[in-house]
Ligand binder design. Structure first.
Ligand SMILES: [Cu+2]
Length: 500
């Protein structure tokens, strides 16, 4: 059933007397107004891109980075200060840009962030002890060096994954973009450099003094009335009349989006979570759940200088909608430029995994039971494995959401998988690529297929509504033989840290 959130119910109650006199459409606008954040006029603040992080040092195989997690006061809303918990004190954190097959060592220092942390590089096939296992904690006063192989080109993100604290830690600011590129991709004539732009979308709720409000509605969801792109509320981006590549990441806690351009022109999808797809897919709109990534080309050459184009949100079901949550950001064409880029008709071939190669099918039911979010009726247990494939096994996972009141984007660590079907029907054309998050919508059953590897070990799988994940919609699988206590393999160390 459709559930009305506590916040909506309160607002409905407050307005009940007058709303009886209003037509239905008007009623829904009335209670949807805002969640009480200070007002910001959309498209007034300048767009920005997080800075790219320079390595502390490099050698022939490896780049060494250092990131300090700390509390910081930043200006998100005009003239107000907001306390964030952030990588290097900025949110989103700095972008790491790396080349395929060069190794990264990233030292994450838990300085004054005031919460235990575990850093997950989402989309990377890390060894289990560097994967941000939820109970592999780095406490305040400790640091941990994470090693990343960068085994393929894709748009990834790093974010907190601490047990039972992930939603709040990410909400408070612990998220950043991590890009891996390779020569094959760079050789394509796609937009590059300043025309290859990350868009990290989040929604937040603020108090009157600018403080972030984390209200998970009784462990159901955290949805805000302010939409941020790269940390800026509804920014306006000035563009040239040419093609741009956007790497879109939904970094929200609980909100999904249906993206579309106000002009009705298509978004041209060129990549999914784990990199380029076989061929470009133009689409008039597209859905993106939490932690999903899509790469799209927007071609501004169709528009005269002075044209303003809004990236809109058509608001999928079971999101709390407010006055301006239907908007994301605005592009304004401000100059003419020649455009050397083009969209090749073939990008990077995605070899479909043959269903016949699957050695088994497993079933996972994501549901709410007795006030908890559960998988097959069970909550998180670090001693229990809900799947134990051998290294290289191909498996089909059948994922059920037999409820109409919520959706669950399901994330598998370690491996990239492919969506076979949703309720027996083919995936959307733009979903046909390598993915590590699958949008399991209301009353939907998905079948996904993947080859377990390239590493053995213990890995998690969970809903990426991180409120659901925290309470307790998360389980683990082991590939081959696995060590249960991952924290013992590469434990966090006490500060001060020696030089990297
Ligand atoms: Cu969920």
């Amino acid at each position: 059933m459709t559930s009305i959130s506590r916040r909506q119910a309160l607002k409905l109650g407050a307005l009940a007397g007058s709303s009886l006199l209003l037509p239905i459409a008007f009623q829904s606008r009335s209670y949807a107004g805002t969640a009480g954040s200070p007002s910001v006029t959309p498209f007034t603040l300048p767009f920005r891109v997080p800075p790219v992080l320079n390595p502390v040092r490099s050698d022939s195989t490896t780049d060494y980075y250092e990131i300090t997690m700390k509390k910081a006061l930043v200006e998100i809303l005009p003239k107000l200060k907001t306390e964030v918990w952030a990588y290097n004190g900025i949110t989103p954190g700095p972008t790491i840009k790396q080349n395929k097959d060069r190794r990264s060592v990233v030292r994450f220092i838990n300085n004054s962030v005031g919460t235990p942390t575990s850093v997950h590089l989402h989309g990377m096939a890390s060894l289990p002890q560097y994967d941000g296992y939820a109970e592999d904690l780095t406490n305040p006063g400790q640091y941990k060096d994470y090693i990343y192989p960068n085994n393929r080109a894709a748009t990834l993100w790093y974010h907190d994954h601490a047990i039972h604290k992930t939603a709040r830690n990410v909400y408070m600011g612990l998220a950043g973009t991590y890009l891996v590129q390779d020569q094959e991709e760079l050789n394509l004539p796609l937009p590059k450099g300043d025309y290859d732009v990350p868009l990290l979308i989040q929604d937040k709720q603020f108090g009157s003094k600018g403080n972030l409000i984390f209200d998970d509605q009784g462990q159901k969801s955290q949805m805000g009335d302010i939409i941020l792109v790269n940390g800026v509320p509804w920014p306006k981006m000035q563009v040239a009349n040419r093609k741009y590549r956007f790497r879109i990441l939904n970094g929200s806690i609980s909100r999904s989006y249906q993206l579309a351009l106000s002009t009705g022109e298509p978004l041209i999808v060129i990549g999914t979570d784990a990199g380029l797809i076989s061929a470009p897919v133009p689409t008039s709109s597209m859905r993106i759940g939490m932690a999903e990534r899509y790469e799209v080309i927007i071609d501004f050459s169709k528009y005269a200088v002075g044209t303003k184009i809004v990236l809109r949100n058509l608001q999928p079901p079971n999101n709390d909608n407010y006055d301006n949550t239907e908007k994301i950001m605005q592009f304004e064409v401000v100059r003419t430029e020649s455009d050397p880029s083009s969209i090749p008709s073939t990008l990077r071939y995605v070899q479909p995994i043959d269903e016949a190669s699957a050695v088994r099918t497993r079933e996972f039911r994501y549901e709410r039971s007795n006030g908890l979010w559960v998988i097959n009726g069970k909550i998180w247990d670090n001693q229990r494995f809900d799947a134990s494939p051998q290294l290289g096994d191909v498996e089909i996972w059948k994922i059920y959401n037999n409820a109409g009141g919520w959706f669950h984007p399901i994330h598998m660590h370690l491996l990239d998988m492919q969506l076979l079907d949703r309720n027996g029907k083919p995936p959307f054309a733009y979903e046909k690529g390598w993915k590590d998050v699958f949008y399991v919508g209301e009353n939907e059953t998905l079948r996904v297929i993947g080859r377990f590897g390239p590493n053995s070990g213990t890995y998690m799988s969970h809903c990426h509504n991180t409120v659901h994940e925290d309470h307790d919609m998360m389980n683990q699988f082991k590939v081959g033989e696995a060590t249960v206590n991952l924290a013992s393999l590469a434990p966090a160390q006490s500060l001060p840290a020696p030089p990297l």
